[in-house]
Design a protein around this ligand. Structure first.
Ligand code: C5P
Length: 295
C-alpha cells in the first residue's frame, strides 16, 4: 500500500479515549529465552484515562496537555509518535501528517498502562483519520511491536491475556461495580520489578466463570488469584503496601490489589457511591496521593 492519502484540512479531528488498564490478576507463569516473562492475566479497562486527539496537519506533531503532561515533557520519543510512525510505515505513507494532542490524566509509569493505552488510542485515531483501514485485527499486529501491553489496549475490553501480552482473549464483562484507583506518587520502572522476581514459574489463573454475578462473586474469584509482581514492587516502593492497606480498610471495599508492576492500586466496591465515599475520605487522609473514583 502506497496510497498518497490527502486529508482535507477541514476533516474533523478524531478523539479517542485511552482508558486506564487494570490488571485484576497477573500471574507470572514462565520466562521466554529473550528474557520477557510469560503472563496469564485478567485485564479490565476503567473509564478514567488519557485522551488522544488526531487532527489533520503537515508532518507529525505532538502537544502534551493535562495534569501529568509535565512528566512526559523530557521524554525524547513519546510512544504516541512511535505509534504514529509505525502505522504510517505499515501503510506505506510517504509523508504522514497529523497534529496529535495527548491529554495526560493518568500518572506516568504507574502500572495502569498509560503509555500503552496512549499508543493504542493513537493507532485507532490515525487509522480513522488517515483511512488506512487496518481495523482492530491489523492494528493488534502493529501494537505488538510497540510494547507488550499495547495489543490488549487496542482490544480495550475485559480480556484474559497471555504470552507476554500478545494473546488477547475475550473475558466476561465485569458486573456493575465501583472502582477506586490510588497511586502513591512514585513512578515504578517495570524492568526493575521483573528483575526482582524470585519465582518465575507459577500456576496459571484458575478457570474463569462464564459471568460474574456481582462484585462479591468477582472478589471471591480474585481471592484465588495473585499479582505475582506485588511483592517485588512493594520491596522497591513500600508506599504501595500503604496504599493497598488504606484501600482495603476503606468502608465497603470488597477487594484491593496492585495493578501491573505498580505503583497504582485498585479497589472494588459495590457501586459508584461507595467508591466515591472511599475516594473522598482517602483524598482527605492522603492529599499527596492520586486518588480517583472511576466515574
Ligand atoms: O513491552 P514493555 O516495553 O511494556 O515492557 C517493559 C519491560 O518490562 C520489558 O523491557 C521487560 O523488561 C519487562 N517485561 C517482561 N515481560 C513482559 C512484559 C514486560 O519482562 N511480559
Amino acid at each position: 500500500m502506497t496510497a498518497p492519502l490527502s486529508i482535507a484540512p477541514s476533516s474533523p479531528a478524531v478523539v479517542v479515549p485511552a482508558p486506564a488498564k487494570i490488571n485484576l490478576a497477573l500471574h507470572v507463569v514462565g520466562r521466554r529465552p529473550d528474557g520477557y516473562h510469560r503472563l496469564d492475566m485478567l485485564v479490565a479497562f476503567a473509564r478514567t484515562g488519557d485522551v488522544v486527539t488526531a487532527a489533520p496537519g503537515a508532518g507529525l506533531s505532538l502537544a502534551l496537555e493535562g495534569p501529568f503532561a509535565v512528566g512526559l515533557a523530557t521524554e525524547p520519543d513519546n510512544l504516541v509518535l512511535r505509534a504514529a510512525r509505525a502505522l504510517a510505515d505499515a501503510a506505506g505513507l510517504r509523508d504522514p501528517g497529523a497534529c496529535l494532542t495527548l491529554e495526560k490524566a493518568l500518572p506516568v509509569a504507574s502500572g495502569i498502562g498509560g503509555g500503552s493505552a496512549d499508543a493504542a488510542a493513537t493507532l485507532v485515531a490515525l487509522d480513522r483519520l488517515w483511512g488506512t483501514g487496518f481495523g482492530p485485527a491489523g492494528l493488534a499486529a502493529l501494537a505488538e511491536r510497540l510494547g507488550a501491553d499495547v495489543p490488549m489496549c487496542v482490544h480495550g475490553r475485559t480480556a484474559r491475556v497471555g504470552g507476554i501480552g500478545e494473546i488477547v482473549e475475550p473475558a466476561p464483562d465485569l458486573p456493575p461495580h465501583g472502582l477506586v484507583l490510588v497511586n502513591p506518587g512514585i513512578p515504578v520502572a517495570t524492568p526493575a520489578v521483573f528483575a526482582r522476581l524470585e519465582q518465575r514459574e507459577n500456576p496459571p489463573l484458575p478457570a474463569l466463570p462464564a459471568r460474574f454475578a456481582d462484585v462479591a462473586a468477582l472478589a471471591a474469584w480474585l481471592a484465588g488469584t495473585r499479582n505475582d509482581l506485588e511483592a517485588a514492587a512493594t520491596g522497591l516502593v513500600p508506599a504501595i503496601g500503604m496504599a493497598t492497606a488504606a484501600l482495603r480498610a476503606a468502608p465497603g471495599c470488597r477487594f484491593a490489589r496492585m495493578s501491573g508492576s505498580g505503583a497504582t492500586v485498585f479497589g472494588l466496591f459495590d457501586d459508584a457511591a461507595a467508591a466515591g465515599a472511599a475516594a473522598g475520605a482517602l483524598r482527605v487522609a492522603r492529599p499527596d496521593w492520586w486518588v480517583v473514583a472511576d466515574p
